[in-house]
Design a protein around this ligand. Structure first.
Ligand code: KG4
Ligand code: ZN
Length: 335
C-alpha cells in the first residue's frame, strides 16, 4: 500500500492523546487532560495511570471515528515508549501492543522528546536538516542538533530543574495553581519586566541550571512579604513579567551560542514552554537580528499531544524502525 495510515498514542504524563496520520498529514489530534492533579499542585503518578486507563479507549475510538478510519485500515501503531511516568507509559504501551498484535501490523516505539522535535514536520514550513532545536518542557530543557528523524545530538541540557519546572515552581511561590507556566505568561502581558531583577545562573558551555533561580525568587519574596504582606498581590503582573524575562533570557543566551557554534541558522523550539508568548517574541527579534529561519509548532503541538507521536510514527515507518511486542516502557529512555 502506497499510503501509510498510522495511529499515534501518547500517555507519558498527564494527557491521554491519540492521533491519526495519513500519508504524512496529521488529520486528527484528540487530547484528554487530567484536572485531578491541580488540587495536589503537581502530577500524582498513580492518579495519572487511573485516568489514562479510563480515557484511552474513548480517546482512540473518538479519533478513529472522526478521521473516518476503520481499525482494519491502519498500517502501524506508534506509541510513546519513554521517557515518562512508568504507570502512565504502561497504559499507552499495553494498549498499543494489544492493538498492533491483534491487527498484525507494526508497532512503532517513539521517544517522547524526539517526538516534540518531530512535531515540526506536521505543518509547513518545515525545517531542513540539520537544524537546532531548543526543547523546553516540564521535564526537560535541551539544545539539540537534529540531523535526521532518528539522529539528534544533545549539545547542552539542564543539570537540575527543567525550565517548565522553574516556571511552575515560581508560579507556586506567587500562589498560582498548577501548572503555573501559562498563568505567568498571561500575567506578564500586563506587567513591567524590568521592575524586579533576578540574577541568571551561570553554567559552562551550553548547559543550563534553573534550580538557583527558584531559590532567589523565594528569598526575595520572603523579604518583601515581611515588609508588606500584600506585596505579591500588589505586584503580581510585574513579578510574573520579571520572572519570565530572566528565564527566557537564560534560554536565549545558550540558544544563540549554540547556533553560532554549529553555524546553523535554522532554529526551532519545541515542548510545552515553546507555547510561551515571551519566548516566541524574543525568538522573532533574534531571528531578525541574526537572519535565522525560525520554526515554532502550532500551539496544540507544543504541549503533550499524540499528533507528534503519529508524525514520528510516519517518519519511522518509512525507515521500518519497528519495535517488538516484548519491548517494555522506558521511564528514563536514553536519547
Ligand atoms: O511538554 P509539556 O506539555 O509536558 C512535558 O513536560 O512533557 O510541558 C509542560 C510544561 C509545564 O511546565 C507548563 O507550565 C509549561 O510547559 N508551559 C508554559 C506555557 N505553556 C505550558 N510555560 C510558560 N508559558 C507558557 N505559555
Ligand atoms: Zn512533553
Amino acid at each position: 500500500k502506497a499510503v501509510a495510515i498510522i495511529l499515534g498514542i501518547e500517555s507519558s504524563c498527564d494527557e491521554t492523546s491519540a492521533s491519526v496520520c495519513i500519508d504524512g498529514k496529521v488529520i486528527n489530534n484528540e487530547i484528554a487532560g487530567q484536572d485531578i492533579h491541580e488540587q495536589y499542585g503537581g502530577v500524582v503518578p498513580e492518579l495519572a495511570s487511573r485516568e489514562h486507563q479510563r480515557n484511552i479507549v474513548p480517546v482512540v475510538n473518538h479519533v478513529l471515528t472522526h478521521a473516518g478510519i476503520n481499525v482494519k485500515d491502519l498500517d502501524g501503531i506508534a506509541y510513546t515508549r519513554g521517557p515518562g511516568l512508568l504507570g502512565a507509559l504502561l497504559i499507552g504501551s499495553s494498549f498499543a501492543k494489544a492493538m498492533a498484535s491483534s491487527l498484525d501490523i507494526p508497532l512503532i516505539p517513539v521517544h517522547h522528546m524526539k517526538a516534540h522535535v518531530l512535531a515540526h514536520f506536521i505543518d509547513d514550513p518545515k525545517p531542513t536538516y540539520p537544524f537546532i532545536c531548543l526543547t523546553v518542557s516540564g521535564g526537560h530543557t535541551q539544545i539539540l542538533r537534529v540531523n535526521s528523524p532518528t539522529e539528534m545530538n544533545i549539545l547542552g541540557q539542564t543539570q537540575d530543574d527543567a525550565v517548565g519546572e522553574a516556571f511552575d515552581k515560581a508560579a507556586k511561590l506567587l500562589g498560582l495553581p498548577y501548572p503555573g507556566g501559562p498563568m505567568i505568561d498571561k500575567l506578564s502581558k500586563e506587567g513591567d519586566e524590568n521592575k524586579f531583577s533576578f540574577a541568571e545562573s551561570e553554567m559552562p558551555d551550553l548547559d543550563y541550571s534553573f534550580s538557583g533561580i527558584k531559590t532567589s525568587i523565594l528569598y526575595f519574596l520572603r523579604k518583601e512579604v515581611r515588609k508588606n504582606e500584600n506585596f505579591i498581590d500588589e505586584n503580581l503582573n510585574d513579578l510574573a513579567a520579571s520572572i519570565q524575562k530572566v528565564l527566557i533570557s537564560m534560554l536565549m543566551d545558550k540558544l544563540i551560542k549554540a547556533a553560532k557554534q554549529e553555524n546553523i541558522n535554522q532554529i526551532a523550539i519545541a515542548g510545552g514552554v515553546s507555547a510561551n508568548s515571551g519566548l516566541r517574541e524574543r525568538l522573532e527579534q533574534e531571528a531578525q537580528k541574526k537572519g535565522w529561519d525560525i520554526f515554532i509548532p502550532d500551539f496544540q503541538y507544543c504541549t503533550d499531544n499524540a499528533g507528534m507521536i503519529a508524525i514520528s510514527g510516519h517518519l519511522l515507518f518509512q525507515e521500518q524502525a519497528f519495535g517488538k511486542l516484548t519491548d517494555s516502557p522506558l521511564p528514563r529512555m536514553p536519547f
